[in-house]
Design a protein. Structure first.
Length: 285
């Protein structure tokens, strides 16, 4: 057998190997080309996505800086809460700080309306504390302890001057509003004066001092508290309370919806946050 025939199988195998290698190289080149094209597409898509995100961020910025104040913030600024309370109510004291936090958060206008609880109870079927069944009185003591811890307060469950006639202190609030003062600095001091410091809010000198410490003209407001005009406003608060379905203290009325009790403050915050329509007792659904 000639040398040519001996080498022929080797040559064929070599040629086959070269062809396979060329084919694999071609496939590899195609894959590399495809990957390069995909990378260009990815970069382009990424740039488009980034542009879209920048555009959306710009729209959001314009909305919140220019448009939202005309709708959301303006709506918040115009919202009001009617605040019915009595200094003789420990629940009004317990919830006052939490309520004021909501007032500040939502820039609410508060219409302070002190009321005579005994009158509200008698007209709406309630009973003053001393006339309630002992079971209810005992449970009230448990609840006071629970909420004292929950709100982080330190107060006496049975302070020395409770119950007391809140007419004088309530009248000072009305007189302060009448004179154009914000009554909250007085409330912020008067509530703990009863429940923490065990002071007598039926005493004119005590009330005048608390008002003075709040930056108000204490003596003038105490004298004004007993006026016919303040008495008429006090009576109007009672009538407003009955008309609004208020029957206790504290009560927060937002857009006609009644939130009774300081344990409804979180529900009041939810209503403000969501911007929902007020619930009504007349709803059929």
């Amino acid at each position: 057998m000639s040398l040519e025939w001996k080498l022929r199988p080797v040559a064929l195998e070599a040629a086959r190997t070269i062809l396979m290698a060329s084919y694999q190289v071609k496939i590899a080149c195609c894959l590399i080309s495809a990957l390069i094209r995909l990378s260009y597409l990815y970069v382009g898509a990424t740039r488009q996505l980034a542009s879209a995100m920048i555009f959306v961020a710009g729209v959001r910025r314009v909305w919140w800086d220019d448009c939202a104040p005309l709708f959301v913030r303006r709506d918040r600024m115009s919202r009001q809460v009617d605040y019915y309370f009595s200094f003789s109510s420990p629940w009004a004291y317990i919830g006052h700080r939490a309520f004021r936090e909501i007032v500040e958060s939502y820039n609410l206008k508060v219409n302070h309306k002190p009321v005579v609880l005994v009158d509200l109870f008698s007209e709406t079927g309630g009973l003053p504390l001393v006339k309630r069944h002992p079971v209810r009185q005992r449970y009230r003591m448990v609840e006071l302890q629970r909420w004292r811890d929950r709100r982080g307060l330190k107060f006496h469950l049975q302070p020395a001057y409770s119950p007391f006639n809140a007419r004088l202190a309530d009248g000072v609030v009305i007189a302060a509003i009448e004179a154009g003062f914000d009554p909250n600095p007085f409330l912020r001091r008067a509530f703990p004066a009863v429940w923490e410091d065990q002071l007598n809010l039926a005493d004119p000198a005590t009330i005048a001092k608390i008002a003075d410490n709040a930056g108000l003209p204490g003596q003038k407001l105490v004298e004004r508290s007993g006026s016919d005009e303040v008495s008429q406003a006090y009576e109007q608060n009672r009538q407003d309370a009955i008309a609004a379905d208020v029957f206790g203290s504290p009560v927060y009325v937002l857009d006609g919806e009644v939130f009774w009790g300081q344990d409804r403050i979180e529900l009041l915050a939810d209503a403000l946050k969501s911007g929902r329509e007020p619930y009504s007792s007349h709803s059929q659904g």
